[in-house]
Design a protein around this ligand. Sequence first.
Ligand code: SAM
Length: 939
Amino acid sequence: MGVGGKFWDLLRPYAQQQGFDYLRDKRVAVDLSFWIVQHETAIKGFALKPHLRLTFFRTINLFSKFGAYPVFVVDGTPSPLKSQARISRFFRSSGIDTSSLPTIKEGVSVERNKQFCEWVRECVELLELLGIPVLKAKGEAEALCAQLNSEGYVDACITPDSDAFLFGAKCVIKGIKPNSREPFECYYMSDIEAGLGLKRKHLIAMSLLVGNDFDSGGVLGIGVEKALHIVRVFSEDEILERLQDIGKGLKPAVNGGIKSVDDGEESCSEMKRRSPHCSRCGHPGSKRTHFKSSCEHCSCDSGCITKPVEFRCECSFCYKDRELKEQKKTENWWIKVCDKIALGPEFPNRKIIELYLSDSFTAEDGSSMSWGTPDTEMLVDFLVYNLHWDPSYVRKMLLPMLSTIYLRERPINNTEKPLLYDQYEFHSIKCIKTRYGHQYFVIRWRKPIPTSGLSHGEPEESIVVWEEEEESVDPLDGLNEPQVHNDNGDCFLLTDECIGLVQSAFPAETEHFLQEKKMRESKKKTVSEEAASPPRSTTPGVQRSIKDFYRSTKAASAQSTDPGVSSRASSSTEKKRQATSSSSSIFSKSVLSGTMSLVITSTINCKSFSPTRPFPSWINGDNSPSQGEISADFSRRSSAIFLTRVSCAKNPDDYHSTLKSLNSRGRFPRKSLGQHYMLNSDINDQLASVADVKEGDFVLEIGPGTGSLTNVLINLGATVLAIEKDPHMVDLVRERFAGCDKFKVLQEDFVKCHIRSHMHSIFENRVDQDFALAKVVSNLPFNISTDVVKLLLPMGDIFSQVVLLLQDEAALRLVEPALRTSEYRPINILVNFYSEPEYNFRVPRENFFPQPKVDAAVVTFKLKHPRDYPDVSSAKSFFALVNSAFNGKRKMLRKSLQHISSSPEIEKALGVAGLPVTSRPEELTLGDFVKLHNVIARE
Ligand SMILES: C[S@@+](CC[C@H](N)C(=O)[O-])C[C@H]1O[C@@H](n2cnc3c(N)ncnc32)[C@H](O)[C@@H]1O
């Protein structure tokens, strides 16, 4: 917390947004407790031990991406004052009168809760395994951070606790946005001093007035604005003493003393009497004289003019009068303020002042901080145990830290050691990558490996990364994972590295790369012409597992497995595991064995995948492929599906065409739009088949993306209306289906668009009156699925069914929530009110690009016609009742529905509906809710 009130708001104008390199080679003290609190609130319930997960990622980000030397600081024994404040806060929030509480005895402090201490202990263990120094403060962590900063051991503190300035910090980083051009929100004490005229003791004084960690209340009725006025009255040297005087009931003079209006000055009314003013024009003189002839100020022929509303007379009497009034006001204000301050007991608390000014927090000498090397194997054990991560994932995520250490040490030690931790050799600089306006080198680390079982294809054309998104802040602080890359049979690990670091570690190689780059740029024109020629018919590079490159240093037996062999041995099991969706062809990546290779299993009606087939022509901007080309493509697939209509059809979709189509436009999947594209055309077929899409159907598709599912729908003879939010994808599908009279795409956010009116306007144009209801088929962005379900299910007058590809867990929660569980929510009542849901099949995550972190599933909602909805007098009042019931999930309905009727009445209604009077919302089925609603509505 820190200083109370809206203290940070006061400082905000002095924030400096600093760029990527701000912390490079700088030491920075991190207040660990705040990280833990933030982590827990940010992702509670979404990740196992979020405090460990984010401490791991953030530390590696700080160390590698931002090039800092972090030192973590943990709280020591809290001051008794803080314990007292914490207890008062707790009781105040529970409505108990805190004045009646006993005060904590001198020297007694209360530790934070056990759970929190355990989180801190786990994070400290993790940090120590990472080789990062951790210091334990004697008292508050932010105090030690600040002291390390003020004594020059670190360049900045990372803490959102504004107390840090009071403890002497010079630079505080309040927030970090890893995915932005200027990731650091920094506050310099010097800026605060220059801008607000506040020095350290002023800030301490402000905290005494508005509250702080040791006295959460502050002075009643004094907020940040008022406190600012008060403290600025005095210089830094005198402010704390003057506050003491005020606390004793004195009213110290301000700026040499506020003059009292009675101190020999004439009173305002007296002055006015001696100098009458015209009530018409407001100038000195009487109205009568002014009526005869205009006064010198108005100087009009026809008497004085009427004074405007905002008129201010500037005669010396009026000027003086105003000044005195102002002075009186200030004096009254000052008296009131001093009285208010003096009312509080023991103001100011000397112990708090001493605590802020103390410099004895350093439990250990700041100069003893040192940064070691991560203990990889112990970290693997630790994270596998605590977070259930795969060992190879831990190693992969550690790599940026190891490579940073290697590059840092190389020029210093002038090391002969050619390998990065004996496992990788620096090979070359692949390219320069720009993310969030910041440039990196992409480095190839090489470890020659046997290439059996892998394709020797053309190198992939570009590294696939999430597209830059200025505004997105990833609360999970994910890392840029190192990539595994196959280039003409040579396998490399790719990491992003700071250009300066590489330059000093490998000057000759950097020079070589930069020269080559220059040459390439001068030949740009030729190169771009070459690029325009059709691609060669080879398979792009295939990603391999990190395990192939990064062996464990544990027992040799653990390494003896030949990845190629295990890949082959386990492939049939893997195929079965992956083939959960159907018996037809599955395109998947095998990850079991540690290699990530493409596995194509073919069944009826499918010819095997040909890696040498050229990329579809539509990808290269040719919108009119020949009929022969189209038929050739379709002949590879189910005749039942594909021979019906081909007029709009283009080539089928697969891994390469999806990548190609995105790359051809320089488009990278956008996380915020949930862009996980379907790689497996069979799943698209199955989606369509579950919805029984046939000739003449009208289908609404949300988020067509590259159009892979759209293509299937059109080929089945359906007319498709697609709603796509991303304008680039809109262009892409528009181009792909140009000339197709059965396709229309609208660039809109589905959640905000007026789908009912779109559908009405389309149906109005239909000549046949007996048309079937439309269908919805969509591979949805996961983040809008609940909204989509809520929007579409009540449209049984427009759609007959809604077939969605959803996140697996969400699908299960929607379709099969168990009564009496926390998963049973109002949305389940909505789903069953408006539809008959069915879970169709699971779709493993490997079928998407980029691969999401969770599996998906296809779900069908058969929409009920409005005439078949449960019989309630008003759906609106019914859902209002359901929502209210679930508002107090743990509460009995007789309590949570009290705002509708009194408890006895609700109990009576429950009885009439045949339900126990002690019913809770999660125990009621849809039918029960309907009965209860109808009883209550009747009564
Ligand atoms: C999971 S992808 C599916 C793409 C494609 N149908 C496929 O199967 O490969 C989701 C698509 O929905 C689009 N999208 C995301 N949010 C949207 C919204 N609010 N309204 C409409 N489209 C949206 C994305 O741009 C993306 O193209």
